[in-house]
Design a protein around this ligand. Structure first.
Ligand code: SF4
Ligand code: SF4
Length: 419
C-alpha cells in the first residue's frame, strides 16, 4: 500500500506497510534535522487549543526512539537532555491538517509520521482510542462511519428526482459522489440537496450512486487502518468500473483528496464541487440575477486548501455573487486554522482547554462577517457545533458554499442578525 509523501519537495511514494511493527528511519529522516524551532507548535491547532500534543515534542521523541533502535550507542548527547522523553500516545490529537508543514524550515511532514505511528498502533492493537475502534467497526459493518443503514444513503435525495447511476440503463456525464458525512449527518445533508438543485438548475447531466455508494476510505487511512481503507478503495474502484464512472465530483474535500492523490493510477477524473461551480460560472451557465447584501468570510478546509492548493476558486465563486462582500480572517489560505474535524478527530472524544472550532469561530466573529462559509461537511458540522457551544448564534451564521450559492440563485435574502 503506497501513499504520497506530502513532505517531499517532489512527490514520492512511501510504502507504509513495508516493515510492520518497525519505524523506518529512512522514511522520516527529517526527525534528525529538526532544529526544535517550534514553528510547528505555533501553527498547530491542537497545541493552540491547549491539547496535550506538540508536533515538536512528537518529532523529538520519535528521534530519540529511532536513535535507540538504529544506533548501537544511541545519541548520547540527545539522550542526556531527554532522558525522560517517551513516545506518548498523544499523536491521536493530530488532525493531519498540514499546517506544520507550511512553516517548517526543513519541510518535515510530521503528520505522515503521525499516521505511521497510528498504523503501527492499529496493527499491534495497542492503545487505540475506544471511540475510534468503535467507529472503525461501524465502517466495517455498515460501510460508513455513522452506523447508518445503507438504505438511508438516498434519503437526502427524496423529492429531487435524481438519476441513480446504479440502475440498469442509466447514464450521465457526471457522477456526484455524495460521501458518508454529507449523506448521513443532518447538518451536512443540506450541502447535497443544494448542490443537486444547483446542478439541476444549470442543466448539468449528473447522477448519484444511491444506496450503492461506499465510503472512499479516507477516515480509515487517516487513522492508520490501512487494510480497511484498501477494502474501501477496492469497493469504489469496482463500483466505478461496473457502472462506467469516469467523471466524479465530490462534496467533501476528504473524498476528493483521497480519490485524487491516494488512488494510484485511478482511471477516473475527480473534482471537488467548488471547481465544478467555478467552471459553470466561467462558462456563463451559472449566474446570479439578484443582489445579496451580505458580509461573509471563508474558512479554507485543510484538505481542499493546504493539501490540494484550491484557495482561489471558492473565493471567486463568492465574489461572483453580486452584493456579497468577502472579508478574510486573520488566518486564511495556506495559513488557515483547522476546524478540528480531520484526521479522524470527528469520531473521537479528545479535548483540550478550548475547542479548535471555537478558536476558529471567534476569528470569524472578529471580522464582523454575518456568515462563515466553508466547503466541507466536516468543517460545516464542527463550526456549527462550535458556534452553538460558544453561544455565538446571534453573531454569526455558518453555511456551506453550496447553500449560499443556491440562496443567491433563488434570490433569498440573508436574515438579519441581532447584533
Ligand atoms: S517546525 Fe520543523 S524544524 Fe521546527 S521544531 Fe517543528 S519539526 Fe522541528
Ligand atoms: S498536521 Fe496539524 S494538527 Fe497535526 S501536528 Fe501538524 S499542525 Fe498539528
Amino acid at each position: 500500500m503506497s501513499i504520497y509523501v506530502h513532505g517531499s519537495a517532489t512527490p514520492v511514494i512511501m510504502d507504509i506497510e513495508d516493515e510492520p511493527g518497525k519505524t523506518d528511519v529512512t522514511d522520516f529522516i527529517f526527525f534528525d534535522a529538526c532544529m526544535r524551532c517550534g514553528r510547528c507548535v505555533a501553527s498547530c491547532p491542537s497545541a493552540g487549543a491547549k491539547e496535550p500534543f506538540s508536533p515538536r515534542d512528537f518529532v523529538q521523541s520519535m528521534r530519540h526512539k529511532l536513535w535507540q533502535e538504529y544506533s548501537p550507542l544511541g545519541d548520547i548527547r540527545f539522550m542526556s537532555r531527554h532522558e525522560e522523553t517517551q513516545i506518548d500516545e498523544n499523536y491521536w490529537y493530530c488532525t493531519t491538517c498540514r499546517a506544520c508543514l507550511e512553516v517548517c524550515p526543513i519541510y518535515g511532514a510530521t503528520f505522515e509520521a503521525v499516521i505511521k505511528k497510528r498504523v503501527l498502533a492499529i496493527e499491534e492493537g495497542l492503545k487505540v482510542p475506544k471511540l475510534l475502534n468503535q467507529t472503525l467497526e461501524k465502517l466495517f459493518n455498515y460501510d460508513n462511519p455513522w452506523e447508518s443503514s445503507k438504505r438511508q444513503r438516498g434519503a437526502r435525495a427524496e423529492g429531487l428526482d435524481l438519476v441513480d447511476l446504479s440502475n440498469r440503463g442509466t447514464t450521465a456525464d457526471l457522477c456526484y459522489f455524495v460521501g458518508c458525512t454529507t449523506s448521513f449527518d443532518d447538518t451536512a445533508q443540506g450541502m447535497a440537496r443544494s448542490f443537486s438543485k444547483i446542478l439541476q438548475t444549470t442543466g448539468v447531466s449528473f447522477g448519484i450512486l444511491g444506496k450503492k455508494e461506499p465510503c472512499c476510505g479516507d477516515i480509515a487511512r487517516r487513522v492508520g487502518e490501512l487494510g480497511l481503507s484498501t477494502e474501501q478503495m477496492e469497493k469504489c474502484l469496482d463500483l466505478f468500473d461496473k457502472y462506467d464512472i469516469t467523471n466524479i465530483v465530490t462534496s467533501s474535500p476528504h473524498c476528493f483528496h483521497t480519490f485524487r492523490n491516494e488512488y494510484i493510477d485511478a482511471p477516473f477524473n475527480v473534482r471537488h464541487y467548488t471547481l465544478v461551480l467555478w467552471e459553470l460560472i466561467q462558462k456563463g451557465r451559472l449566474s446570479f440575477k439578484k443582489e445579496m447584501a451580505a458580509k461573509v468570510t471563508f474558512h479554507d478546509p485543510c484538505y481542499l486548501g493546504r493539501y490540494n492548493r484550491i484557495f482561489d476558486e471558492p473565493r471567486q465563486i463568492i465574489r461572483a455573487i453580486p452584493g456579497v462582500r468577502l472579508v478574510e480572517m486573520a488566518h486564511h489560505g495556506a495559513d488557515s486554522l483547522c476546524c478540528g474535524g480531520g484526521g479522524g478527530r470527528m469520531w473521537q472524544d479528545l479535548n483540550g482547554e478550548v475547542k479548535m472550532g471555537e478558536v476558529r469561530i471567534r476569528e470569524a466573529v472578529a471580522t464582523g462577517a454575518q456568515i462563515l462559509i466553508t466547503a466541507c461537511p466536516l468543517c460545516r458540522i464542527m463550526l456549527e457545533d462550535a458556534r452553538k457551544a460558544a453561544g455565538l448564534n446571534e453573531m454569526l451564521r455558518v453555511t456551506d458554499l453550496n447553500e449560499l450559492v443556491l440562496q443567491a440563485l433563488e434570490g433569498t435574502e440573508v436574515e438579519e442578525l441581532k447584533s
